[in-house]
Design a protein around this ligand. Structure first.
Ligand code: GYE
Length: 331
């Protein structure tokens, strides 16, 4: 490692402590001393809004340790400007590779030009950026196929309808963070599958921002407005679903019976409720992206070609499946 780089790393340690970043548990001086030629990955995380996100952060931290990659991780506390600031810090520290989770799709041009001018490859982790932004500003995307997740949710609902006496299904939808890829595509995939089928009607789609608290609030509002006309809840993440289930039970209704519940993520808590019959379908979205990100980091730092898009394998769990052998989810 050059003297320059070592100096920057020491400075990084001080600044990251000030900025609330957590490169590792070690003292910075020890870390700089033993970092040798280890690759340095700057990872801008968006926060800890859900158990999914907490599992994602843990996956990245643990994988960095296993792969011997030095990690500078920042927590943007759900603010895009904090993420942009962290990416600028990564550029200033001359990290080898930058990975970040775009909280929303728009607004990344400037900082990505800066990364490109500094010659640092960029990985989009978990969420994507708008296709209006120059696609040469990042190297690869690793994360779920959210459109396919939305389609799976829609296909489950069609199967449910086929197995039911009911003729119409009135749906409320809890959307994720406005302008984020999972919210946009989970909505689109679902709507495309049920559109044109007269059995289904969307009463209302409202945001719950991927938060349990807002999921509960939004569901209370929906119940107040639509009452027992609601047949189905499609919720873009388990956190909001758990909040909504609190609201449904408080209103004296039975989740999974009076209201069909379809959720996305596959947290342990949601799978447990599926087994109890309070949720009908869980579409899996895995947060375990750490090893894929570390493999990409090594390849990019070595100047190797990498695939443009990597989707982990994902499935879905429904009330029609035997889940007795399902291993613990780990998030
Ligand atoms: O579904 C949600 C989280 O971007 C796929 O973000 C992720 C979503 C996930 O907070 O729980």
């Amino acid at each position: 490692m050059s003297k320059n780089r070592l100096g920057l790393l020491l400075l990084a340690g001080c600044l990251f402590l000030l900025a609330g970043c957590t490169p590792s548990g070690k003292k910075k001086t020890e870390e700089a001393a033993d970092s040798g030629n280890r690759l340095l990955l700057g990872f801008a995380q968006i926060g800890s809004e859900s158990s999914w996100r907490i599992g994602n952060t843990r996956s990245v931290q643990e994988a960095a340790g296993r792969h011997g990659i030095q990690l500078m991780m920042s927590d943007a506390n759900q603010k895009q400007e904090n993420e942009i600031r962290a990416i600028r810090q990564f550029i200033a520290y001359q990290v080898d590779v930058i990975a970040f989770v775009p909280i929303v799709e728009e607004g990344w041009e400037n900082v990505l030009y800066e990364a490109r001018n500094a010659g640092i490859p960029v990985i989009l982790s978990d969420r994507q950026i708008s296709d209006k932004i120059d696609e040469n500003l990042y190297t690869t995307y690793v994360g779920a196929d959210f459109y396919a997740e939305g389609q799976k949710a829609g296909e489950f609902l069609r199967k449910k309808a086929e197995n039911s006496e009911k003729e119409t299904f009135r749906i409320v939808e809890l959307l994720g963070t406005p302008g984020s890829t999972p919210a946009l595509q989970r909505k689109q995939g679902f709507h495309d599958v049920i559109e044109g089928d007269s059995r289904f009607e969307i009463l209302e789609s409202v945001s719950g921002d991927f938060l349990r608290s807002k999921g509960k609030e939004s569901m209370e509002m929906l119940l107040e407005k639509w009452g027992d006309r609601i047949d189905v809840l499609y919720s873009h993440n388990d956190g909001m679903t758990l909040g909504a289930i609190d609201a449904i039970e408080k209103a004296g209704l039975r989740p999974g019976k009076d209201i069909v519940i379809i959720t996305v993520d596959g947290e342990q808590a949601a799978v447990d409720l599926l087994k109890e019959g309070k949720i009908n379908c869980v579409v899996e979205c895995t947060p375990m992206l750490g090893d894929l990100i570390m493999d990409l980091t090594k390849k990019l730092a070595a100047g190797e070609e990498v695939p443009r898009v990597i989707h982990p394998d994902e499935t879905m769990f429904t009330e029609y499946d035997d889940l007795s052998e399902l291993p613990p989810r780990g998030y």
